[in-house]
Design a protein around this ligand. Structure first.
Ligand code: NAP
Length: 237
């Protein structure tokens, strides 16, 4: 079984890659810039590192063509890669807003589009998209990010309906606040406040998301599609 995990050089993606490898997948460890980290992880788990800027569709085309021709049919796509964007809505530049949507929505949809033909041909496959609690409830000063993650949720539900009859499941994990580089810009007080607002009293770890992804990818979830699985410690109910 072959899995492609996007943004697997670090954070949630790296945890997913490790967990899926432990579950028996051969993992394609996708990265954008962190070649050294992706290659080290690929060596650790017996996978292969693959590179693309997911904000550039021609690079997605090149990467997926290489996978198709040299590495095999992808059984599981984990659309994890994403970028954050903080700032007041009206102060975010058009360029930054477009870039966010290109990577966080365009990259997710185009990668799935390019891998679906092989899944449709095999009449089997699984896609797990990583959204965000902000895509469910929205967040001030992260309006573009929230809107993009809401689009990922909408994409998950719509595609699940379209490809379900072809034996392909599409689900979404919606993380709350997770301890990764994406939150490295927050100071200790902010992180403590976020933990304090979480009923379970702490922020999450990348492995918490990887466990949910592994479940949705497994046969234990064979009758689950089009769903959004929140993994947020009760932060948003
Ligand atoms: P992270 O530690 O910042 O890692 C981001 C990953 O995405 C890296 O592997 C990075 O690759 C890749 N990436 C960034 N820009 C890319 C691009 N243009 N093309 C291809 N890959 C790109 O992030 P994370 O916290 O693990 O987040 C993973 C996912 O979970 C994201 O979709 C994020 O929105 C979502 N999420 C995170 C949290 C959280 O609290 N951390 C909460 C909710 C949702 P390189 O390292 O190679 O540059």
């Amino acid at each position: 079984m072959l899995a492609l995990v996007t943004g697997a050089s670090r954070g949630i993606g790296a945890a997913c890659a490790r967990r899926l490898a432990a579950d028996g997948y051969t993992v394609l460890v996708h990265y954008h810039r962190a070649a050294g980290m992706a290659e080290a992880l690929a060596a650790e788990i017996g996978g292969t590192a693959v590179q693309a800027d997911l904000g550039d569709f021609s690079q997605i085309d090149r990467m997926t063509a290489r996978i198709h021709e040299q590495l095999g049919r992808v059984d599981l796509l984990v659309n994890n890669a994403g970028i954050a964007l903080n700032g007041l809505f009206q102060e975010v530049s058009d360029q930054d807003a477009m870039r966010l949507f290109l990577v966080n929505v365009g990259g997710v949809m185009h990668t799935a589009k390019r891998l679906l033909p092989d899944m449709l041909h095999a009449h089997r496959g699984c896609i797990v998209n990583i959204a965000s609690v902000w895509g469910e409830c929205g967040a001030a000063c992260e309006v573009h990010y929230s809107a993009a993650k809401a689009a990922v949720i909408g994409f998950t539900k719509a595609l699940a309906q379209e490809v379900g009859p072809s034996g392909i499941r599409v689900n979404c994990v919606s993380p709350g606040v997770i301890d990764t580089d994406m939150n490295a810009g927050h100071d200790a007080d902010t992180m403590a406040a976020l933990a304090g607002e979480t009923p379970l009293g702490c922020i999450g770890q990348p492995a918490d998301i990887a466990d949910a992804v592994a479940f949705l990818a497994s046969d234990r979830a064979r009758f689950i599609t089009g769903q959004i699985l929140p993994v947020n410690g009760g932060f948003y109910l």
